[in-house]
Design a protein around this ligand. Structure first.
Ligand SMILES: [Zn+2]
Length: 101
């Protein structure tokens, strides 16, 4: 079997893509922030991975997110609201949103 440069490059890209998209969000280090919506005052959990996207590298600790309750876009400080072990209450249970930060 003869592997040329393009084939090797393609394989590296494919493996890297799988690691970035499948393995890291499930098993890798990710944080959970408990955010409070400024317009409807409801709390929801936000899952994020540090440095996963280009936007997260530029914006650092801030994310523009849509509230799952009132669907209003607002900027959240996800670093200050970071929680290591979130409590699962009845209010938060239905409001879990999963997103790549
Ligand atoms: Zn809201």
């Amino acid at each position: 079997m003869n592997l040329d440069f393009i084939t090797v490059l393609f394989l590296i890209t494919a493996i890297g893509f799988v690691i970035l998209m499948v393995l890291l969000p499930r098993f890798g280090p990710h944080y959970i922030s408990r955010l409070t919506c400024p317009s409807c005052r409801k709390t929801f959990n936000f899952h994020w991975i540090p440095g996963a996207t280009i936007t997260s590298l530029i914006r650092r600790n801030y994310r523009v997110l849509k509230c799952p309750y009132c669907h209003t876009r607002s900027t959240f400080d996800i670093m200050a609201t970071r929680a290591r072990a979130p409590k699962t209450t009845k209010v938060l249970k239905g409001a879990k949103i999963k997103a790549k930060a």
